[in-house]
Design a protein around this ligand. Structure first.
Ligand SMILES: CC(C)(COP(=O)(O)OP(=O)(O)OC[C@H]1O[C@@H](n2cnc3c(N)ncnc32)[C@H](O)[C@@H]1OP(=O)(O)O)[C@@H](O)C(=O)NCCC(=O)NCCS
Length: 180
């Protein structure tokens, strides 16, 4: 819970709101690696989102405004192969009109708190991928203990043909009561 939003696990019924948020993030060019070309048809997105909500290898959270709009979305997903099940990737997005109000931090904390339920083992590796020019996301991640581990050079090619590096940021988490 923040002053401006309630944070909760996503439900299948959030699919249209999450899809709308994704379109808004792309329209506002929010430093992501997706464009309008990547948007799925609404019915396809909703079907996949519904499937993801019941998948034990991942958790999806939403931030919901007082007017019940989805204004933030975050995902933690662990790797599938048996030797990588202590590793998870995280992602987060907050609607441009609601940024800088603590919602991104609250969503990220929910992901971190849920990592022991999603991953396997007593020492977890949480990783994020963030464009080298996305300073505000880097600042958020660093404030939560994630460290720059590696740079993937020229990983992103923008629509105007520029190349942008991408960072891998990681944080390790020791778990007292491991999942398995
Ligand atoms: C990155 C993002 C999720 C942050 O969400 P937010 O709700 O604005 O973040 P918060 O208000 O919780 O701020 C948390 C911290 O993030 C950092 N931060 C957020 N916005 C920032 C900005 N404009 N400039 C610098 N640091 C910023 C700060 O460290 C901040 O802590 P502080 O307020 O104590 O200084 C949001 O800007 C966003 O959705 N960006 C577009 C999508 C994106 O880049 N996602 C990550 C892809 S890897």
């Amino acid at each position: 819970m923040t002053r401006d939003a309630a944070i909760r696990l996503a439900r299948a019924t959030d699919a249209p709101g999450v899809a709308a948020l994704g379109r808004t993030m792309i329209e506002h060019d929010q430093g992501l690696v997706t464009t309008a070309d990547d948007l799925l048809e609404q019915s396809v997105f909703c079907e996949r989102f519904t499937g993801r909500c019941v998948d034990s290898t991942r958790r999806e959270y939403v931030a919901v405004s007082a007017a019940s709009s989805v204004i933030g979305h975050a995902t933690i997903a662990r790797f599938g192969p048996s030797l990588l099940r202590h590793v998870a990737t995280l992602s987060v997005a907050v609607h441009p009109l609601y940024q800088r109000r603590g919602i991104g931090r609250a969503l990220m904390q929910s992901l971190i708190d849920s990592a022991p339920c999603v991953c396997v083992g007593n020492r977890l590796r949480l990783e994020l991928y963030v464009r080298a020019d996305n300073r505000r996301a880097q600042a958020l991640y660093a404030s939560l203990g994630f460290e720059h581990e590696a740079t993937r050079r020229q990983f992103v090619r923008t629509p105007d043909g520029r190349f942008v590096d991408d960072w891998i940021m990681t944080r390790f988490l020791d778990v007292d009561a491991p999942n398995q």
